[in-house]
Design a protein around this ligand. Structure first.
Ligand code: SF4
Length: 273
């Protein structure tokens, strides 16, 4: 038996969710809001993939004498076309999803501006080979890597692992936006758990991982230090005891309850009086 790393996020959302997941069945009905979120996630993922391909292609038209703003224009030029294409493939009228599209375009604008700056710095150092730029800015990755470790009692699906000069960097993809600075505590702990799994799997040491917010490569580093590892052990111990049937203490947050997958099971099984 292993505990999934995703339990950490559930635990932070509401410890009772971990209990209900273990001892009840989740609601089967997906709400219309969840359907829309799922579709938006799928579209974002596809747009990002096509965007990266277009950026790699457009590295070929970057000249040594271009500044960051000119590079930005070249890298951004295919985005409206990509958005139209993907929306068409999903049979979506862009007017019906104007807000989502605007949001997505804004995220891509930010990502392109950052990429343009990095590209400019690299070509200023005399490297303008498109293959080199692609490798440096989009390093080789292993995707969806599943690890189960019975000694640790942990399992998890790591979204991405970048391998740079033999060093492994786990990356956790998150759909929402991150905090103003850094990453959410629950995300850091999840990443620490993936790091420990990776260390065992590849007999290596992980010093840094990344949380990628919003599917736009807003990649924020997390140092996997001793303090984080100790905090992870504390949280895992709490999760293990909940899974053994010990009810956790609850601070009710009705906003969270409204969106919770276990709302119905919770009302049916838990006595809050
Ligand atoms: S419905 Fe509310 S109290 Fe129950 S598990 Fe979900 S968030 Fe926690």
């Amino acid at each position: 038996m292993t505990t999934s790393v995703s339990s950490i996020n559930e635990y932070f959302y509401c410890p009772l969710k971990v209990y209900l997941k273990e001892y009840t069945k989740p609601q089967e009905n997906i709400t219309p809001q969840q359907e829309i979120q799922k579709l938006h996630g799928k579209i974002r993922k596809q747009v990002l993939k096509e965007y990266q391909n277009s950026v790699k292609k457009n590295f070929r038209i970057i000249q040594d004498n271009m500044n960051a703003s000119e590079i930005n224009q070249k890298l951004f030029k295919d985005i409206p076309k990509i958005l139209r294409k993907v929306m068409k493939e999903h049979h979506i009228n862009p007017n019906d999803e104007a807000e989502f599209l605007e949001d997505l375009k804004e995220d891509l604008k930010i990502q392109t501006a950052i990429l343009a700056l990095k590209t400019n710095q690299i070509i200023n150092k005399g490297y303008n080979d498109p293959n080199y730029l692609s490798e440096l800015l989009f390093p080789p990755i292993i995707e969806n890597y599943l690890i189960k470790n019975f000694d640790l009692g942990l399992s998890g699906l790591i979204d991405k692992i970048e391998v740079v000069d033999g060093t492994y960097f786990p990356i956790k993809q998150k759909t929402g936006r991150g905090p103003l600075r850094g990453v959410w505590d629950s995300d850091a702990l999840e990443l620490a758990a993936y790091s420990i799994l990776l260390e065992y799997e590849f007999n290596t040491e992980i010093l840094v991982g990344f949380i990628n917010y919003g599917n736009i490569n807003d990649k924020r580093p997390v140092v996997i230090n001793t303090k984080l590892r100790e905090k992870l052990q504390e949280v895992l111990q709490s999760i293990y005891s909940i899974k053994k049937g010990i009810l956790p203490e609850i601070n009710l947050n009705l906003k969270k309850c409204e969106k919770c997958d276990y709302n119905k099971a919770c009302k049916e099984n838990i006595d809050f009086t």
